[in-house]
Design a protein around this ligand. Structure first.
Ligand SMILES: [Zn+2]
Length: 508
C-alpha cells in the first residue's frame, strides 16, 4: 500500500509565499522519512488555478487566465526545485485530465442524489472564495481576513447535500486518529456541532472554471474542483481515468497536510464529498500553524512579506529548512526571526554537528594514515556511544512518525552533544601519547560512526547537508532504506577520508 501525502494545491493568484513553502518543506521531510522507512511514497503537490480571483488577477495583467496560471505554476515548479522538494507529482487543475476526473466525480455524487439546484444569496469574499456570515446591523461588510468589502451575490447554484452527512462527519472527526494536532480537532468539532449546511458547488457568470456537465451556465466552484485535484494527481502517470482504479493508484491519502485556515474544507466538505462518491476517506489530516515575522502578521499591506526565493539565495535551502522544522513546534503557530535563524543554524549545524565531524575527521586522518581507524568491529558493538546512538535513532524515528519535526531534531542533536562530551572527556589527544592505541582507535571510530548516524537521521530535514556528511565520511549512503543504514559499525575500517571541509558556512 503506497504512502500518499499531499500539500494543499496552492492558489495561483500570486507567487509562492513563505507559508506555502513551509507546508511543502514539512511534507518533503515527511516524504523522505517515509521513503527511508521502506514505504512506496507518492508525494503530491500542485496548484489550484480556477476561480474569480484568478480571472481578475489575469485581467489586471492584461493576459488570459491560462497564461497567468502557466506563469505562476512555472514559478512554483522552479522554486520547489531550488528547495530540493522531492515531490512525485505536480498537479495542475487547469489540465485536461483534471476536467475529466472532476466530471466523473460529479457524476458519482449526482447519481447518489446529493446535488440539487438552489438559490444562493449572501455576502461573498473573492479573496476567500467563500460566502461569509455578516452582522446584519452593519451597513458595510468586510472580510476579516482580507479587509476587503464583501460583494452581494444572488444566484442559482447547484448545491451539495452536506447536511445529509452530519452523523457520519461527526463520528469521523470524533476519531482520535483523524485530525491533528488535537487543538485543531476541537475547532472542527465546534463547527460541525452547529449543524452542517448544504453548500453551493457551482457558479454562474464565471468563465474561468470547469463547466458543469448538463448545466451550461455553470462552472464548478473552485474549492469543489481543487479538492478533487488530489485524485487527479494519482492519475497523472496512468492511462486510465476511471475512479474505480483509485485504490490501485494510492488512494486514500495517508496524510493531507494543510494550513489551519483550510482545515475545515478538508475535514468536513471533502470527506462528505468522498462519502457521496463512494470513495474512501483520507487516513489523516494535519493542520499546521501560521508563521508571523518578528512577532507581526505578514501581509502585503504591512510590506513585511518574506519572499522564499530571496530567502534561499541569502541563506541556502538547508539552513531555512532546519530552522523552520527544528525551531517551530509543528502544528503550532511560529514566529520567523532572522536573528534566531542565524543563531540556531550556526549553533546546531555549524558548531555542534559541523565541529564534531571536523575535529574527529582531523584526528582520524592525522593518527590513522588519512583514514578510518583499523579496528575490530566486534569490539565496538557495546561502546557507550553505540547505546546512545540506539536511543537517538529510536526517538528520532518515533518523532518523525508523529510528524513532530522539532522533537526529531532534538533527538539527533542529543547524539551530537553526547559525542562531543564523550570526546572532551575521553581526551584521545592525550591518550594517543600513551600506548593505548586500541582505545583511541575505537573511540575515534565510534565518534565517526555517531556522526554517520547523525547524517543519516538528518536526511529528511536537511538533505544536502546530510549527503555532505556522508561524503566526508566516505560512506555510500544506501538512500533507500534506513534499516540497512542505521546499524552500528558500518564505516569501513581503513577506508581513506577526504580533507575535512566545513559542511556549512556560518551565517551572519
Ligand atoms: Zn476573505
Amino acid at each position: 500500500m503506497p504512502y500518499t501525502l499531499t500539500t494543499p494545491l496552492f492558489y495561483v493568484n500570486d507567487k509562492p509565499h513563505l507559508g506555502s513553502t513551509y507546508t511543502t518543506i514539512a511534507c518533503d521531510a515527511l516524504a523522505r522519512f517515509n521513503r527511508y522507512q521502506g514505504h512506496d511514497v507518492i508525494f503530491i503537490t500542485g496548484v489550484d488555478e480556477h476561480g474569480q480571483k484568478i480571472e481578475r488577477s489575469a485581467e489586471a495583467k492584461n493576459i488570459s487566465p491560462q497564461q497567468h496560471c502557466d506563469e505562476v505554476s512555472q514559478v512554483y515548479q522552479e522554486l520547489w526545485a531550488n528547495w530540493s522538494m522531492s515531490h512525485d507529482r505536480f498537479v495542475r487543475t487547469s489540465s485536461e485530465i483534471h476536467t475529466n476526473i472532476v466530471n466523473s466525480f460529479f457524476d458519482r455524487i449526482n447519481d447518489s442524489g446529493d446535488i440539487y439546484m438552489g438559490r444562493q444569496q449572501g455576502w461573498y469574499c473573492i479573496g476567500c472564495e467563500e460566502y461569509k456570515d455578516v452582522d446584519p446591523n452593519l451597513k458595510e461588510h468586510k472580510c476579516e481576513l482580507h479587509q476587503k468589502v464583501l460583494e452581494w451575490k444572488d444566484e442559482e447554484n447547484l448545491f451539495f447535500r452536506l447536511s445529509r452527512f452530519q452523523t457520519q462527519i461527526e463520528s469521523l472527526i470524533n476519531r482520535e486518529d483523524f485530525i491533528f494536532p488535537e487543538s485543531r480537532r476541537n475547532e472542527i468539532k465546534n463547527f460541525v456541532k452547529q449543524g452542517l449546511r448544504d453548500f453551493s458547488i457551482s457558479r454562474v457568470n464565471l468563465k474561468w472554471g470547469i463547466p458543469v456537465p448538463g448545466y451550461s451556465e455553470h462552472t464548478f466552484y473552485v474549492w469543489f474542483d481543487a479538492l478533487v485535484g488530489y485524485l487527479t494527481a494519482l492519475f497523472l502517470s496512468h492511462t486510465s481515468t476511471s475512479l474505480d482504479n483509485l485504490g490501485k493508484l494510492g488512494w486514500p491519502a495517508s496524510v493531507h497536510m494543510v494550513g489551519k485556515d483550510i482545515l475545515r474544507f478538508h475535514a468536513v466538505y471533502w470527506p462528505a464529498m468522498l462519502l457521496s462518491a463512494g470513495l474512501p476517506i483520507p487516513n489523516k489530516l494535519f493542520g499546521h500553524g501560521f508563521l508571523t515575522r518578528e512577532g507581526q502578521k505578514m501581509g502585503k499591506s504591512l510590506g513585511n512579506i518574506i519572499d522564499p526565493a530571496e530567502l534561499i539565495s541569502t541563506y541556502g535551502s538547508d539552513p531555512i529548512r532546519w530552522y523552520l522544522l527544528r525551531d517551530i513546534k509543528f502544528g503550532s503557530d511560529g514566529d520567523f526571526q532572522k536573528e534566531r535563524l542565524v543563531n540556531i543554524v550556526n549553533n546546531d549545524l555549524a558548531n555542534i554537528i559541523g565541529n564534531l565531524l571536523n575535529r574527529t575527521l582531523s584526528m582520524s586522518r592525522k593518527w590513522f594514515d588519512n583514514g578510518i581507524p583499523l579496528i575490530n568491529i566486534s569490539n565496538i558493538k557495546s561502546h557507550i556511544l553505540a547505546s546512545v546512538a540506539e536511543e537517538s535513532i529510536k526517538s528520532a524515528i518515533t518523532n518523525y512518525s508523529k510528524i513532530s519535526f522539532h522533537e526529531a531534531a532534538e533527538s539527533i542533536l542529543n547524539l551530537a552533544s553526547a559525542s562531543n562530551i564523550y570526546l572532551n572527556e575521553s581526551q584521545p589527544w592525550k591518550v594517543i601519547r600513551t600506548d593505548d592505541i586500541q582505545k583511541v582507535s575505537e573511540d575515534i571510530y565510534c565518534v565517526l560512526e555517531s556522526t554517520r548516524i547523525i547524517g543519516i537521521l538528518l536526511a529528511p530535514i536537511v538533505p544536502e547537508l546530510s549527503s555532505k556528511i556522508m561524503q566526508q565520511l566516505s560512506y555510500q549512503f544506501n538512500n533507500s532504506n534506513w534499516t540497512l543504514d542505521l546499524n552500528w559499525g558500518l564505516l569501513v575500517p581503513g577506508n581513506k577520508l577526504p580533507e575535512p571541509q566545513p559542511i556549512l558556512n556560518k551565517l551572519d
